[in-house]
Design a protein around this ligand. Structure first.
Ligand code: ADP
Ligand code: ZN
Length: 728
């Protein structure tokens, strides 16, 4: 239970300022609850914070200043504070950074009661200008949602006077902004489908889990199209019946709109949405409605895990194997693991859904920590595609061409039958390497240890590491000779060029994240393709994730070997998952699909496992290797990344850390390195990594904290700790 602090009592307030722990203040006149959002003086400034608990009291009591005021928002619940404490301990993240994850500053502002908002009105403007057209286009895309003047002006790139002008004519409607209003109630008994036997068994098990009122995690495995979504929506329904809130995490915003449509069909109303494509006004509403129970279901990105749920009952992590659940910037956390932690603190349930689970989740299910539910067949007539390799060693292919005659013939056959084909290549841009034929120089990023990638569509070179771009040079930056720069290797843009020449009659769509200005534009394109607006789709990783293309019956993988290069121990797992996911795009309706994998090593064990679909066999072999190497999920890993513009400084500190490994050895952990990090330089900062490997069950975090605590970090060196790194 949360305590109440009487006026003048000393309390510890956690602020979002990077100062370490809590600071002591006196409870204000009228007192305050533990968890209250408050404003406190800090030096000459005033900052917001949360009353975390009793004060430390190690400060001269006479000098402790009072809290200035208590903010008019719901206090942070004990469960969320506990979650932040534990997640901070696990990821070794300072608490101010954890607090920032859970509280977006705008949420603390005054309610937008007196503000004006704008939505689409009636008629056309008296005079059409580009600026006016843009305003109307933005509002049309909002589909009835209102925007504040600033949001609308920013989105349309116009001044306030353009909006005012349109409002005067009634083409745009100006209204008082509503106070934050609850989301429409979802009806758990609205539009349920008749489930297959398999699905019904799964749904029943998930319902029973919710009814138990205890924490538990279920791994819901089933090939793409088997109805996992239908099944976990039944768990959401049960959660709603209990009057508890549910959260569904998706790995990619581009998937949200299709999902929202399904939620609406199932529950008769739309859920709340939370991701970086949502306006500030709307996010404010989500935040306060989640806190007060006015939002029953939230669909969102990983950061939705930190919302202030009032009664969380269920978290679904869809496509749980997806690497984008790992946040790689700022606070380094894996949303899948944090979902399990948060649910366990709420007596809530977790559903991890995937066609190709991560080895971690598979091992947890094997060990009995997670329940397992498996949907074995695709819904309706649909079956998994037939999978075959194309042996590139024997295909007759001129240089700088990547579509083999066998694959080309298969594409043409689909076109003749008015079916869709997809060519998959996990490489954005035109070509991965730009090489000078005069001097052999490969154009690299000035700031990073990475090659510049030609994006011909934009006529620029782009660094995929830091985003730096330059116009496509005429002359070689090294030797100055003109006209000798050559594109080496394929990217999706180049595949599109080859495909246009090979299939001149085909309508070709290229799906690569960098070719779309907005999530909305991408969504529109995906819908268009799903309805038959293209014959041939050329895509990167983006298409592997969950989209439904009913007319698609052929998937051609241009380079199935791509992910198998390199020394990363997770390479096999990733390749297996990606290839099975991509292949799963084909034949999601009654037409049987085919997946063709171009490979130079058809005998490679991973390629053979992909083709045979022997998942259990693959996981067992993979698990055996990991167990042998003592790495996750059978051992624990952590990375320490040091970065600085000064290469000597990072190695000096790295070496000092390596020598001072006493605290690690005490718990049986070993340290490797320092070695150049997987990307050795980013944005001008040199990076080295130390990897820590430990047996399971040792207090690794504490040992790491003691270990890095011994070393004084000097000058411009930064240290980041990555518990459970993605690559090792
Ligand atoms: P997954 O999440 O496993 O990829 P989905 O739940 O998206 O599978 O199901 C694939 C398709 O089959 C969807 O269009 C879905 O609506 C449909 N479907 C699945 N189960 C049923 C069912 N019992 N009744 C009607 N349609 C279903
Ligand atoms: Zn760069």
């Amino acid at each position: 239970m949360d305590g109440f602090y009487d006026p003048g009592e000393i309390v510890g307030v956690l602020t979002a300022q990077p100062l370490g722990g809590t600071l002591d203040y006196r409870a204000p006149e009228g007192g305050c609850w533990q968890g209250a959002y408050v404003e406190v003086p800090l030096g000459p400034r005033r900052v917001w914070g949360v009353v975390w608990g009793p004060g430390e009291g190690d400060f001269d009591p006479a000098k402790i200043r009072p809290i200035t005021r208590v903010l008019d928002v719901a206090p942070m619940r004990a469960e969320l504070r506990d979650f932040l404490d534990k997640a901070g301990d696990y990821t070794l993240t300072p608490m101010p950074a954890m607090l920032r994850l859970a509280t977006r500053a705008p949420a603390l502002g005054a309610a937008p009661s007196a503000r004006r908002v704008y939505r689409l009105g009636e008629g056309r403007p008296d005079r059409e200008t580009d600026a006016r057209r843009r305003v109307l286009a933005v509002l049309e895309e909002m589909g009835g949602l209102a925007l504040t003047q600033k949001e609308l002006a920013d989105a349309a790139g116009v001044t306030a006077s353009v909006i005012k002008g349109l409002a005067k004519q009634g083409v745009v409607r100006e209204e008082e902004a509503p106070r934050d209003t609850p989301y429409p109630r979802l009806d758990p008994d609205w539009g349920g489908k008749a489930l297959t036997e398999d699905q019904a068994t799964g749904a029943e098990a998930l319902r029973a889990g919710l009814q138990s009122g205890r924490y538990g995690t279920t791994l819901l495995k089933g090939v793409t199209g088997s109805g996992k979504t239908e099944v976990y929506l039944e768990a959401v329904a049960e959660c709603l019946r209990q009057g508890r809130q549910a959260l569904v995490l998706l790995p990619e915003i581009a998937l949200t709109s299709e999902f929202i449509t399904r939620v609406e069909a199932r529950f008769g109303a739309k859920p709340a949405e939370w991701h970086h494509g949502v306006t500030q006004t709307e996010r404010r509403r989500v935040w306060s409605m989640v806190a007060t129970g006015g939002a029953e279901l939230v669909v969102g990105a990983r950061s939705a895990l930190f919302l202030p749920f009032q009664r969380l009952g269920l978290v679904v992590v869809d496509e749980e194997h997806d690497t984008s659940y790992k946040q790689e910037d700022g606070v380094l956390y894996n949303a899948r693991d944090m979902a399990v932690l948060r649910a366990s603190l709420n007596d809530a349930r977790v559903v991890l859904a995937s066609a190709t689970p991560s080895l971690e989740s598979w091992a947890n299910a094997e060990a009995g920590k997670y329940d397992r539910l498996t949907l074995t067949s695709r819904f309706g007539e649909a079956v998994m595609p037939e999978m075959r390799s194309i042996d590139m060693r024997v295909e007759d292919l001129p240089s700088n061409r990547w579509i083999s005659p066998t694959l080309a013939a298969a594409v043409k056959a689909r076109m003749a039958r008015k079916e869709q084909a997809l060519l998959f290549l996990n490489r954005r841009g035109y070509a991965p390497v730009t090489l000078c034929r005069a001097c052999g120089h490969q154009v690299g990023c000035a700031q990073c240890d990475a090659r510049m990638v030609e994006h011909r569509f934009q006529n620029r070179l782009v660094c995929h590491q830091c985003g730096e771009t330059t116009p496509m040079p005429e002359a070689c930056p090294a030797c100055g000779v003109e006209g000798k720069l050559a594109a080496v290797g394929p990217g999706v843009e180049r595949m599109a060029e080859e495909a246009r020449a090979a299939f001149p009659d085909a309508r070709i769509a290229v799906l690569s994240s960098d070719l779309f200005g907005s999530a909305r534009a991408l969504k529109a394109e995906i819908e268009e393709i799903a309805q038959g607006g293209a014959d041939l789709i050329i895509g990167t990783q983006l298409v592997a994730k969950g989209h439904n293309f009913p007319l698609l019956t052929l998937v051609g993988v241009i380079d199935a070997d791509l992910g198998l290069q390199g020394s990363d121990l997770r390479a096999a797992e990733r390749t297996f998952q990606l290839m099975r996911q991509v292949a799963g795009r084909a034949g999601r309706t009654e037409k049987r699909g085919v997946a063709l994998l171009q490979t130079y090593q058809p005998e490679h064990p991973v390629i053979r496992a992909i083709l045979s679909g022997d998942e259990e066999g693959f996981w067992r072999a993979e698990a055996e290797e990991r167990r042998h190497a003592g790495v996750p999920p059978y051992g624990r890993m952590a990375g320490v990344i040091l970065s600085s513009p000064d290469v000597q400084a990072v190695f000096d500190i790295g070496n000092a850390l390596a020598r001072g490994d006493g605290p690690l050895r005490q718990v049986g952990a070993e340290v490797y390195g320092p070695a150049p990090a997987p990307v050795a330089r980013i944005r001008g900062r040199h990076r080295v990594r130390l990897l820590v490997k430990a047996p399971k069950g040792v207090p690794l975090q504490r040992a790491i904290a003691d270990w890095v605590g011994q070393i004084r970090i000097r000058g411009d060196v930064r240290l980041a700790i990555d518990i459970d790194p993605q690559s090792f």
